[in-house]
Design a protein around this ligand. Structure first.
Ligand code: MEV
Length: 442
């Protein structure tokens, strides 16, 4: 069983490992070996990773893959993806090629506004609070000048601040609801710094505002924080082609494929159980690019799923239609991304990923990420509504199963060949490998 420890963060890395190994891990030699095996031989690079977070004892690798042949707004991209799930990168690559031959993806940023709020309690007259807010509004912005100066020089900054009366939800609850333009930065630090300054100004100015009674002067600031819900930081990605051009094999006509595809989308639009899985598939593509480019995938996930329920019921993020013989498939999602600040200038692989994408602006990155999500959903629905998902997925998963059985290189070659024409399953791989090994033993 575990035990408590104080001063853990002050221990050296080796001592932290000693404590973890002694306290929790049965085979101490193996455990220590595994943890240290993932250390980078380059001490400077290791130190960089150690210092990204606290109490680092090792590195946790994710595969870094690439999906080439993405034609987006008439420009070619190879998209970097960090993800552990087999078949996601293959699906992206296959879809990229499919749409490259049909005019590629079109993407467009609709808006880039981000939101932050100061939540506070005020025990007094609402009309007087409103008058107070009007009086101090310019002061609130002015007091942030040292934070906003550089952002403003580049064309961003605070867009607006408003007082919101939330007392019908919670007694005495109000907000300063602020909107920001943070350009190529994700902007979390910028927004939070502005909000904390707003809170200080409100508190200070309230104490000297003549209109308040003694009781009203004391603002109770609960918290100041950005919102990861960014419905006005929106991007749209789309593909379209003639219905008949959708077919690339004899099994399905373009029309049959398009109709089944539309049915699948309609189901995800009305059925939350399906919508969650449908959107999860979209996030396979989105998270992988968000991670590879050093962005905050938790923020993106939270915002995207909230957006998927904006009409009161959780629904599909993608939509499709057929009009005048043209099939159109699109996605609209909120994405708060940065291409400067945060990890983007620090993590060598992130820098490389961004360079591979031509050092995009945040807007371009929003477009690329949205396209990766749309492509992933296209691939999933295409398999689901035709062959079923398992055929392709298990083929890609074959290597993982072979590795679980410690197959050597020669065995892998033989089994990969065998499963080109046989259905992959865990037991089929196990049996085929056992038979092969028996034959070799004989
Ligand atoms: C698996 O990671 C994602 C899918 O389940 C998505 C979907 O069902 O649309 C294949």
């Amino acid at each position: 069983m575990g035990k408590t420890i104080s001063g853990f963060s002050k221990l050296s890395k080796s001592k932290k490992i000693d404590w973890i190994v002694d306290t929790y891990l049965s085979n101490s030699k193996d455990a220590e070996h595994i943890l240290k095996q993932y250390w980078n031989a380059d001490n400077k690079l290791q130190q960089l990773h150690d210092e990204f977070i606290e109490n680092t004892i090792s590195n946790y690798y994710l595969p870094f893959g690439v999906a080439p042949n993405f034609l987006i707004n008439d420009k070619m991209y190879t998209i970097p993806m960090a993800i552990e799930e087999s078949s996601v990168v293959a699906a992206a690559s296959k879809t990229a090629k499919f749409w490259m031959d049909r005019g590629g993806f079109k993407a467009e940023v609709i808006s880039t506004t981000k939101i932050g709020q100061v939540h506070f309690m005020y025990h007094g007259r609402t009309d007087v609070l409103k008058a107070f807010f009007i009086t101090i509004k310019s002061k609130l912005i002015e007091d942030c000048k040292s934070i906003t100066k550089n952002m403003e020089l580049r064309g961003g900054g605070i867009i607006d601040i408003e007082l919101r009366d939330k007392t019908t939800d919670i007694k005495d609850y109000y907000q300063i609801h602020a909107s920001f333009e943070t350009l190529d930065a994700m902007g979390a630090n910028f927004i939070n710094s502005c909000l904390e300054q707003f809170a200080k100004t409100v508190k200070r100015q309230a104490l000297i505002f003549d209109g308040f009674s003694e009781k009203e002067k004391h603002m109770d600031i609960v918290m100041s924080i950005l919102s990861n819900y960014v419905p006005d930081c929106l991007v749209r990605a789309e593909v379209s082609c003639k219905v008949e051009d959708l077919s690339d094999n004899d099994a399905f006509s373009g029309e049959a494929f398009a109709n089944r595809f539309l049915q699948a989308i309609k189901i995800a639009e009305v059925e939350p159980y399906r919508a969650v899985t449908h959107n999860k598939g979209i996030m396979n593509g989105i998270d992988a690019v968000v991670l590879a480019t050093g962005n905050d995938f938790r923020a993106v996930e939270a915002g995207v799923h909230a957006y998927a329920s904006r009409n009161g019921s959780y629904s599909s993020l993608t939509h499709a239609k057929i009009e005048d013989g043209i099939f159109t498939f699109w996605l609209e999602i909120p994405l708060a991304l940065g291409t400067v600040g945060g990890l983007t200038g620090l993590h060598p692989l992130v820098k490389l990923a961004l360079e591979m994408l031509g050092n995009p602006t945040a807007k371009e990155l929003m477009e690329i990420v949205a396209v990766a999500g749309l492509a992933q959903n296209f691939a999933a629905l295409r398999s689901l509504t035709t062959t079923g998902i398992q055929q392709g997925h298990m083929k890609m998963h074959l290597m993982n199963i072979l590795n679980q059985f410690n197959a050597n290189d020669a065995e892998k070659v033989i089994l990969i060949e065998h499963f080109k024409t046989n259905t992959v399953s865990f037991s089929a791989v196990s049996e085929t490998l056992a038979t092969l090994r028996m034959r070799i033993d004989d």
